[in-house]
Design a protein around this ligand. Sequence first.
Ligand SMILES: Cc1cc2nc3c(=O)[nH]c(=O)nc-3n(C[C@H](O)[C@H](O)[C@H](O)COP(=O)(O)OP(=O)(O)OC[C@H]3O[C@@H](n4cnc5c(N)ncnc54)[C@H](O)[C@@H]3O)c2cc1C
Length: 461
Amino acid sequence: MRPPAETIVVGAGPAGAAAALALAEADLAVTLLDDNTRAGGQVFRTGGRTRRGPGWDPRGAELRARIAASPAIDHRPDHEVVAIHADRSLWVRDADGRVVRMAPRMLLAAPGAVEIAVPVPGWQRPGVFGLGGLQLLLKGAGTVPTGPVVLAGAGPLLYLLAAQFRAARVPVAAVIDAAARPGFSTLLGLAAQPSLLAAGIGHRWRLLWGGIPVLRRHAVTAVDGDRSGVTAVEVARVDENWRPLPGGRRRIAARTLGLGFGVRPNIELTRLAGAEHGWDTGLGGWFPKRTDALETTVPGLFAAGDGAGVLGVDNALDEGIIAAAAIARRLDRGGILDWRAAAAAGRRQRRRVFREALADWSALRPGIFAAADAETVVCRCEDVTAGEIAEAVRLGYRAPGPLKMATRAGMGLCQGRVCATAVQHLLAEAAGIDPGAVPPPSVRAPLRPVPLDGFTEMAAD
Ligand SMILES: Cc1cc2nc3c(=O)[nH]c(=O)nc-3n(C[C@H](O)[C@H](O)[C@H](O)COP(=O)(O)OP(=O)(O)OC[C@H]3O[C@@H](n4cnc5c(N)ncnc54)[C@H](O)[C@@H]3O)c2cc1C
């Protein structure tokens, strides 16, 4: 195996792959690490096998072919970065389970986004999925639910998945959208990306055509079930902040519930490295602060794609090029990628209007977390309820760190990956402060569970 290159890219999704290919074009060697067996990230990894499959996108297969053909790119699948330090050195769990240390001169973090989980009473029942998880099953394995399905949440994925399910003949009983119908000014902003707006309108028409009811300004407030799983969902109207309104509950029979309120940047790498972060609901929540060249506040650590702000696949591809150009300049290969980076930066700028309109329509509103009652489990790893979190805040634990110590919320196997956003909002609600005023959660190495004997080789170095 080759020694690691002086530039390492973490994440072989659109952002990381575009960066690696651009660096290769500038004659720079790059090690591309990704914890999956296939390059392509969240959107290109699956669905590229057959032209007729849902989510088929030729860019995925093309990306993989170009990575495989490039002698400058050392793509290492099944490699998971489990720690990152302020000097940019990494601990990487390799495909054989060993933890190895790598110390690049330049590092690009492109880890993508993670789904935002919103707990409601009964959400742990078998049959409740994240929208992204359901889509992954559909695209990756062609697996679809058989019984009636309710899809609930907000944002474009809700309508995309409903349309994909309709095409796959899945019986979708209803789509429950917490957001209101987009107003004229929002539609005008969305029109800045005409193809995406047209796709969204197309999905909506397909639902209308298929007779699938869409309830706007509604949310799921409870999941009913028996020992076999979900039997029905309870639905209520919500206010403009997505807080469920009293009364007027109705029940919809369902065997599967897909719940999804968008995604947030996966900031565990940039947080662990000690980079500064900011808060922007339009970007999905906490994001690493970056220069125009996409360098974080840790020198030599760049961040690109949804991991630095949820702006979609085209933006991720562009940010990969911008970061690669900046890294090439730093490694004395400046100029070669500059014109491509300038074009990418222009496109990125033009997407701003669309992004603002999208956020205006569907970015997460804090009222939705009021659907959880005191008994609702929020941290599923450690069985911590919303009531226990509110009580700890009342006792004075008003920051994520102390709250974690007091309740164990976020201390389990997933290390808060699932519950972090809910804990943040429940803390804010109980403390009477803005969610953005709650500091981001602390992150500890190793980021994922690693067997102790994985470290033996590194210890022997
Ligand atoms: C659940 C979900 C569903 C989506 N569905 C759609 C859709 O249908 N259509 C659409 O256009 N967009 C969709 N998106 C958005 C789209 O996936 C992103 O905009 C795009 O993939 C962003 O590219 P990226 O390179 O930033 O991140 P990603 O594509 O997510 O790639 C990041 C890669 O980094 C890897 N990684 C993360 N952490 C580590 C680590 N510590 N060590 C090693 N590897 C790591 C990840 O496994 C992943 O392969 C979805 C996003 C999510 C989260």
